[in-house]
Design a protein around this ligand. Sequence first.
Ligand code: AMP
Length: 279
Amino acid sequence: MILCKTISDLTRVLNAKKASNQTIGFVPTMGALHAGHLSLVKQAKLKSDCVVCSIFVNPTQFNQESDLKNYPITIENDLKLLAESNCDVVFVPTISEVYPDGLKKSQAAVLGSITMMFEGAYRPGHFDGVHTILKRLFDIVKPNLVYFGQKDFQQCLLVKKLIAYYSLSIEFFMGEIVRESDGLAMSSRNVRLTAEERKVATEIFKALSIIKQNWHKNTAANLIAIARKQLEMHPLIKIEYLNCVDSDNLLETVDKENVVCLIAVNCGAIRLIDNVLLP
Ligand code: AMP
């Protein structure tokens, strides 16, 4: 595995790969890697000749200073895990390499209304930062294929919009959510949960599972009410949103097909998101 810290190093390495007609699959991450990230690397490896993974904790997408400050950094372990997953190239740039003109953000709103709902509404500026970093990384890596996790479902929609908006010839792939054995969606932030919060956090997937299992037996409104009630029994959990919406545009729907149930909760001090596709 080749480690590149600068854009010029990475460009040199990737130009050589592209010159020999290798396709480039790209998996952008913020590090603190877990099996969810590695599953994307492995899927990318199946469809591309060369897999590039970036590790960059992007400051412009954090809407809370404390979240950025406390974001876990485990670079040595990340490199080991990537090498074991047969990643070909890892790109670990500095902030000034990515943002030579300072931490300026471009507007996500140009990508459409999906950027203003749910995560966009609860984390002001978050998608501006995501738009900025992904456009920058796509311009640097110039991948043929990109791999993103369903865990960040709304981000997946944003990436598809971004590819279309800038007319990039990039193929988009979405990888399934990788979960802990008790159902909790893997997340780099899970390590910050206390033992008690970690236990309660399993209620999130239980609530989503109730909705999924009963999707054709009850109305969406009733199922959401049942799931809410179950979650609200736990004082550590505060729901930000729990909605079943159209999986293409995130708008309210009465349809039972092409639906996604999105949830965000604060579990103690840690904000967690999850979702399930319905039916
Ligand atoms: P992050 O490092 O959190 O920015 O995530 C990098 C990529 O990994 C994103 O495309 C995420 O959606 C994806 N990802 C994060 N957690 C999971 C998970 N539990 N299962 C699958 N993909 C994930």
